[in-house]
Design a protein around this ligand. Structure first.
Ligand SMILES: Nc1ncnc2c1ncn2[C@@H]1O[C@H](COP(=O)(O)OP(=O)(O)OP(=O)(O)O)[C@@H](O)[C@H]1O
Length: 277
């Protein structure tokens, strides 16, 4: 298990309990979406994974090591964190320098550094922008630079905070492919997200938080079935799930593939149905 969190509780200095007895484990290669309403504790939880916040009680174990004794620099070898706002992360005067900073800081050998930087730039579609100053790029491009700079650190765990916010359709598709590829390579992806379409298409598992506690943890389909009930949680369901509902489908579908399968089987059933009197 790459990540194990046990009874994690955290309070801000003003007394707000942001996390209250949170426990879960994540296997290598899982794609986990952290969802929940504003103020649920998602970002606070994510920040614990890179040591910006430390538990008031409970433990976090990453790749077999308890994080209490680990410095932020040490954690950075295992967990890469892409901030929601790229301007909280970017500091260099060119895209190339920005993406090269992490691997250099981690003291990777020059050959490996070169390979990682080139691969990160290619995967995020930034190869033509290497000389640009990040501050002259659009928000969507700056978010991709932030992502590339984390990919270049080659961490087994990648945490994304609201990755699709401010991204156009093409960038969201690129991001989705990347999440799938990272998982296929055995890397673990956790994403804090309000984007249920993205979550349904690209994640295996949903952990839903409310008031600092886990209220649901399981496969995306289970969570959707639960959220689709009239008494379900107040989440915006994926567009295709809402469309399925309008079509009167009882079982929720959420992905393009699931939707097409359902349409095909309905068409098949209609064709097979015996002619009426
Ligand atoms: N720096 C802080 N000081 C005090 N309270 C905070 C601080 N940051 C967050 N909180 C509070 O902690 C709780 C959890 O906040 P957090 O930002 O982790 O939630 P979230 O689920 O990420 O919300 P959002 O979706 O709005 O980003 C909320 O009640 C929030 O008001």
């Amino acid at each position: 298990m790459i990540l194990r969190i046990d009874s994690l509780t955290f309070r801000y200095p003003n007394g707000t309990t942001a996390l209250d007895g949170v426990s879960f484990g994540v296997e290598a290669g899982e794609r986990v979406a952290l969802v929940g309403p504003n103020g649920a504790g998602k970002s606070t939880l994510a920040r614990h994974l890179i040591g910006i916040e430390r538990p008031a009680s409970g433990t976090i174990e990453i790749d077999g090591r308890r994080t209490d004794g680990l410095a932020i620099a040490e954690l950075a070898r295992t967990v890469g964190f892409v901030f929601q706002n790229p301007d909280d992360q970017l500091h260099a005067s060119s895209v190339a320098k920005e993406v090269g900073f992490g691997p250099r800081n981690l003291r990777f050998a020059p050959d490996r550094r070169k390979e990682l930087v080139e691969s990160a730039l290619r995967r995020t579609g930034l190869t033509d922008l290497v000389d640009a100053h990040p501050h002259h790029l659009s928000l969507g491009e700056r978010k991709r630079v932030a992502l590339a700079s984390v990919l270049a650190m080659d961490t087994p765990v990648v945490v994304l905070d609201e990755p699709t916010t401010g991204q156009d359709h093409r960038s969201v598709a690129l991001l989705g492919n990347l999440v799938d590829e990272l998982a296929a390579e055995g890397r673990t992806v956790l994403a804090v997200t309000h984007d249920m379409d993205f979550c349904a298409e690209h994640f295996d598992r949903v952990i839903a938080l409310e008031d600092g506690r886990i209220v649901a943890d399981g496969p995306v389909e289970h969570w959707l079935a639960r959220a689709s009930r009239p008494t379900g949680h107040a989440f915006e369901l994926p567009q295709l799930t809402r469309l399925g509902r309008r079509l009167g489908w009882q079982t929720p579908v959420a992905t393009v593939e699931g939707f097409l399968d359902r349409l095909t089987s309905d068409a098949h059933d209609t064709a097979e149905a015996p002619a009426g009197p």
